[in-house]
Design a protein around this ligand. Structure first.
Ligand code: ATP
Length: 414
């Protein structure tokens, strides 16, 4: 079954306004096994809206509209549905009385324009709105079920559950299971090559996304039942885990910082950080995780060289002979912060985020990370790409991933 979603409202076309109703509906529809084949944002314009409804009804089995059902002049969904059905809007006296009763029960004056909400094409059916005054409605156009729901999320969501879900259950007895697998330290093309043979798995959709924290492999498994869809997803997940035993760090909404926190807690260890180029981003990421005081001691934000020296204890000669962005300084930062913050592990990070400050020897994106635990200090030098913001973010991800890999290796006894 295919579904299309149309979010109505000129305000949604302004920058910064997000169609969160569309996101919510997409998630729900997919969960119930429907394929969302199109989403549109349409302003408060009857003709454009009518065109969008007709197009969606021709393309899909289910069309969901959200918003534009209120009583004001710019609420045009009703008119557009009527135009798409090809029938006039008719006022339903019973609905007028129902809405009048709602207003009176709340001690609010019922004004004549509110009666607009009681209009629908003759053949359409009302959908009760238990929480607001604007009822929804449903009708069929070109064999597609067209459902108009209010824009207020708290009103729309229960109406979707009580009307649309039962309709879906009778039409689409299939289930869908979604799973996200997250990988750090791999390129999109490498991952793509490594799992290409799985693309042909029946009843499975695989998508690779490159995000801020690495690569995400999204699995979408279909089945006649929940159990069957889950089995397909689990089998493919096991296969992918086998192919990336070290790089796969989490699933679904898990963040790298959460995973690192969990590993630290499991190992009963604490972490501290000394940051130069990321200047607080790393500490921020670690402490975004609830409960981080259990494994994070704190850290030093040592942007200037004199603070690397005085606060983190980096020897002046090391800074003078190697420069701030260098392996020896990263090592000294890691060891210094570990000791000064009284943590089990110290993470040091220094680099050139750009856009200025690069040289032939140390181009923009050069980042040195070191991890000290009292007996061993490891170092990694990398060249990260991107603009300043991206390089800083990637440096944080890279550093966190080193901690994760170290703890994982220790847990596996290597
Ligand atoms: P009501 O009669 O309750 O106003 P309505 O159907 O007329 O319902 P709108 O006026 O279009 O709905 O929107 C009401 C509010 O609902 C908006 O101010 C906005 O906060 C929220 N809203 C509308 N559409 C969306 C959307 N697509 N995503 C998220 N929120 C939305």
């Amino acid at each position: 079954l295919k579904a299309e979603i149309i979010a109505v409202g000129s305000e949604l076309l302004r920058p910064g306004r997000r169609d969160t109703n569309g996101d919510w509906l997409t998630e729900r529809l997919q969960r119930h096994g429907l394929e969302v084949t199109g989403r549109a944002l349409v302003g408060d314009d009857v003709a454009r809206l009518e065109t969008a409804i007709r197009r969606a009804a021709a393309a899909a089995d289910l069309v969901l509209l959200t918003g534009g059902l209120g009583p004001t002049e710019d609420d045009r969904t009703r008119d557009a549905v009527a135009a798409a059905v090809g029938a006039p809007l008719v006022r339903d006296p019973a609905m007028v009385e129902h809405i009048r009763g709602l207003f009176e029960s709340r001690g609010l004056p019922f004004r004549s324009h509110q009666a607009k909400q009681a209009e629908k094409p003759e053949a359409a059916r009302w959908i009760d709105n238990a929480l607001g005054s604007a009822p929804g409605m449903l009708c069929t156009i070109d064999d597609a079920l067209v459902v108009a729901l209010p824009g207020v999320p708290a009103e729309m969501q229960p109406m979707f559950e009580t009307v649309v879900v039962p309709w879906i259950r009778t039409r689409a007895p299939s289930a869908l299971v979604r799973r996200s697998l997250k990988l750090a330290g791999r390129m999109e093309s490498t991952v793509d090559r490594a799992i290409r043979d799985l693309y042909d798995t029946p009843e499975l959709e695989l998508t690779i996304l490159a995000g801020g924290e690495g690569i995400e492999i999204q699995l979408l498994a279909r089945g006649a039942t929940d159990e069957e869809a889950r089995r397909t997803a689990a089998a493919v997940e096991r296969e992918i885990r086998d192919r990336f035993p070290e790089d796969l760090y989490g699933v679904d909404d898990e963040t790298l910082a959460e995973v690192v926190g969990r590993e630290l807690r499991r190992a009963g260890r604490t972490l501290s950080v000394a940051e130069s180029c990321t200047a607080g981003l790393l500490g921020g990421a670690v402490t975004a995780v609830p409960g981080s005081s259990g494994w994070f001691r704190g850290g030093l934000l040592v942007y200037h060289d004199d603070l690397k020296r005085t606060l983190a204890g980096v020897p002046a000669e090391t800074l003078a002979s190697h420069g701030a962005v260098s392996e020896p300084v990263a090592r000294a930062l890691a060891e210094g912060v570990r000791e000064r913050c009284g943590a089990d592990m110290g993470l040091g990070i220094t680099g050139i985020a750009g856009p200025g400050g690069g040289s032939a020897e140390k181009p923009v994106g050069t980042v040195h990370v070191a991890l000290a635990d009292g007996s061993l200090t490891e170092h990694w030098g990398v060249r990260l790409v991107g603009d300043r913001a991206l390089i800083r973010r990637r440096a944080v991800v890279f550093a966190l991933d080193r901690v994760r890999r170290r703890l994982r290796a220790e847990r596996n006894g290597s």
